[in-house]
Design a binder for this molecule. Sequence first.
Ligand SMILES: NC(=O)C1=CN([C@@H]2O[C@H](COP(=O)(O)OP(=O)(O)OC[C@H]3O[C@@H](n4cnc5c(N)ncnc54)[C@H](OP(=O)(O)O)[C@@H]3O)[C@@H](O)[C@H]2O)C=CC1
Ligand SMILES: Cc1cn([C@H]2C[C@H](O)[C@@H](COP(=O)(O)OP(=O)(O)O[C@H]3O[C@@H](C)C(=O)[C@@H](O)[C@H]3O)O2)c(=O)[nH]c1=O
Ligand SMILES: [Mg+2]
Length: 288
Amino acid sequence: MTAPLLIFGQTGQVARELAQLAPDAIFLSRAEADLSNPESCAKAIHTHVPRAVINAAAYTAVDKAEEEAQAQVINGEAPATMARAAAELGCPFVHISTDYVFQGHGDAPWTPDDPTAPQNAYGHSKLAGEDGIRASGATYAILRTSWVFSTHGNNFLKTMLRLSETRDALSIVDDQIGGPTPAQSIAEACLSIADQLQKDRGKSGTYHFSGAPDVSWKEFAKEIFDTADRKVAVSGIPTSNYPTPATRPLNSRLDCSALQSTFGILRPDWRIATQTIIDQLRRMGEIE
Ligand SMILES: NC(=O)C1=CN([C@@H]2O[C@H](COP(=O)(O)OP(=O)(O)OC[C@H]3O[C@@H](n4cnc5c(N)ncnc54)[C@H](OP(=O)(O)O)[C@@H]3O)[C@@H](O)[C@H]2O)C=CC1
Ligand SMILES: Cc1cn([C@H]2C[C@H](O)[C@@H](COP(=O)(O)OP(=O)(O)O[C@H]3O[C@@H](C)C(=O)[C@@H](O)[C@H]3O)O2)c(=O)[nH]c1=O
Ligand SMILES: [Mg+2]
């Protein structure tokens, strides 16, 4: 019998897509492994002796993270502790990180080696997790992605569809640019990376992965409304006109070429997934 694939997270956007693609994997809920108790996560890895570990759990409420110390433990300490346990067993560790580790100046796509400078507490917590994993001694892949959306959970696409039920005009920031990324594509990438790392530990490292083309949140919103046949007038506003507790980077473009050359994984066109997800939400009766 081959050892199982062990996945932290069960209810999140990426975790649910992983469950579709890898039904035989073991998925750990918060009750089974609570990331606010990192040792419980290390223990789970030692109990299951997996062939690889994927961490799809995280604290993702960006504004709330500004005042919740828990985010630092869940995103910072837990992944580092998991990676050390994986190193002890010699199994690869695949982890998802974020564009929010970057400062966000300029307009060039960030490469994996570019200097990081998070602008908010969530970004700091995710960078701490990355640093801990890189220092763990594990064979690892840190996959930085951005603007994740799917039929499940909380995401910008679902927020826009919800707002369109009651609003005929919306103001959306048009000076934050990035790549919306379907959760399903991230799940596919994580599974392929886990398999490839098992065969070739030399691929260990930090990589970028986001949907193409890069757009502003306003352009993403417009595509969502066009695709779902919603009549909403969208006007672009600068970030300064949409104050939030957490500062977001303006330039979230990610250079994904290293992932392509090392793992053969291409950027997905997020417009195709937008159509697919809206069709699915209709079939599920969640939208008209
Ligand atoms: N969402 C986005 O736009 C982006 C996400 N990312 C990263 O991608 C990864 C996946 O994100 P996504 O799928 O959107 O996340 P979601 O917010 O959809 O899901 C988060 C998951 O983490 C679990 N979780 C949260 N806290 C704990 C805890 N203390 N112990 C155990 N499990 C916990 C949640 O479980 P429960 O249901 O019990 O709360 C849930 O299953 C994360 O690492 C995130 O940082 C990167 C860039 C963009
Ligand atoms: C609802 C709304 C949002 N916005 C803006 C606010 C923000 O800049 C942008 C997106 O809003 P959100 O709250 O979805 O963004 P946010 O939760 O910050 O999304 C981020 O989540 C974390 C987990 C990540 O790692 C990032 O990659 C990114 O996806 O849209 C408007 O301009 N008008 C609106 O009516
Ligand atoms: Mg959010």
